[in-house]
Design a binder for this molecule. Structure first.
Ligand SMILES: *[C@@H]1O[C@H](CO)[C@@H](O)[C@H](O)[C@H]1NC(C)=O
Ligand SMILES: *[C@@H]1O[C@H](CO)[C@@H](O)[C@H](O)[C@H]1NC(C)=O
Ligand SMILES: *[C@@H]1O[C@H](CO)[C@@H](O)[C@H](O)[C@H]1NC(C)=O
Ligand SMILES: *[C@@H]1O[C@H](CO)[C@@H](O)[C@H](O)[C@H]1NC(C)=O
Length: 302
């Protein structure tokens, strides 16, 4: 393991460059985001999450959004797919719509407490309590880039904010982005950088008490694979474990690989195996996604 680790020094960080991972606002990526809609002229901008209305108390403030939904989505940026949140909300149908001047959108990444914001500035008041077609006024924003597998707190604040105590005019929800095993997420750039497109379909066959034939589909490039096998007599207890390094030298479309893994002094009863394969692809080095499979004991022959 140490030998392999030394072969990929900080490669991942070099490839990604600064700011390529994590929470980010994609406002300037083409096409520029436009928050205008029927009868509403709206401008969108970067925000410091500290709208002036905190300080200047407004006599009248609009009520909170009535509905807030968050979904996973992807954004096409120069041929790359980026994971983003699609935030959708609706404006409550009440007279407070007359005082709605804009919206602050805040996204907090829970594991590192980092928050970024975007702001909609309405250039005119909404002309009616409902949309001209009769529905509730609704909005969508899909320019917060996020990390697969991470949890976020999403808050939509109607502006001006309530400067005094009372019912805060925001709505909040927490949302966990699907991880790189998700069929949509696995095609995004941050997932592909962990080798998410590799589908090994691991299989195992017991040859005798102390050897296991492991087979899997290798990746497209020549790479090293660390095959870790653990044997068990049942669900809980563990018997032996062993690690085998396999190096595939060919690249391109390849046949399934068969590797015989020996497990020294394994007991006959320890016939259940857990196989974990860690690939070392160039793009992800030591941080590639690992895949595993469980091989049950062979059913007793009659
Ligand atoms: C946004 O779209 C409206 C039409 O819906 C258009 O009149 C306006 O120029 C657009 N604004 C920007 C900044 O592109
Ligand atoms: C938004 O703010 C961030 C940090 O303050 C800055 O790096 C970025 O360039 C700004 N983006 C736009 C579109 O103004
Ligand atoms: C508002 O909702 C309608 C119906 O669900 C949808 O088709 C439309 O795209 C939404 N508009 C915005 C700006 O989110
Ligand atoms: C691996 O084993 C399977 C059957 O178990 C066989 O069909 C295949 O040809 C073997 N592959 C190699 C590269 O030996």
């Amino acid at each position: 393991m140490g030998r392999v680790a030394a072969a990929f020094p900080r490669l991942l960080l070099l490839l990604l460059g600064p700011g390529a991972l994590g929470l980010r606002l994609l406002l300037s990526a083409p096409p520029p985001f436009n928050c205008s809609q029927l009868d509403l002229n709206c401008l969108v901008r970067n925000s410091t999450c500290m709208d002036q209305s905190w300080l200047q108390v407004s006599t009248w403030t609009p009520s909170a959004p009535s509905v807030l939904d968050v979904h996973p989505d992807v954004f096409h940026d120069e041929g790359k797919l980026l994971p983003v949140l699609r935030i959708e909300w609706k404006v409550a149908t009440d007279a407070s719509i007359q005082y709605l001047r804009g919206v602050e959108l805040a996204v907090l990444q829970v594991n590192n407490n980092r928050q970024i914001c975007a702001q909609f500035d309405f250039q005119n008041n909404l002309p009616l309590q409902v949309r001209p077609d009769g529905g509730r006024w609704n909005f969508t924003f899909n320019r917060f880039e996020v990390e697969p597998g991470q949890m976020y707190q999403v808050t939509v604040h109607h502006l001006p904010k309530l400067g005094t105590s009372g019912d805060h005019n925001c709505k909040s929800t927490s949302y966990t982005v699907p991880d790189c095993k998700d069929p949509v997420m696995k095609r995004t750039m941050p997932c592909m950088q962990t080798g998410s497109l590799w589908e090994p379909s691991i299989d195992g066959e017991s040859l005798d008490d102390s050897s296991l034939l492991v087979s899997f589909n290798p990746g497209m490039e020549s790479a090293q694979y660390r095959i870790h096998v653990t044997s068990f007599p049942d669900e809980e207890k563990q018997c032996k474990e062993t690690t085998h390094i396999y190096e595939s030298l060919q690249s391109g479309q390849q046949h399934r690989v068969n590797v015989t893994v020996k497990i020294e002094r394994n007991l006959k009863a320890c016939c259940r195996y857990k196989i974990q394969i860690q690939p070392f692809f160039t793009i992800c080095g030591n941080d590639c996604l690992r895949h595993s499979a469980v091989i049950p004991c062979p059913s007793v022959a009659p």
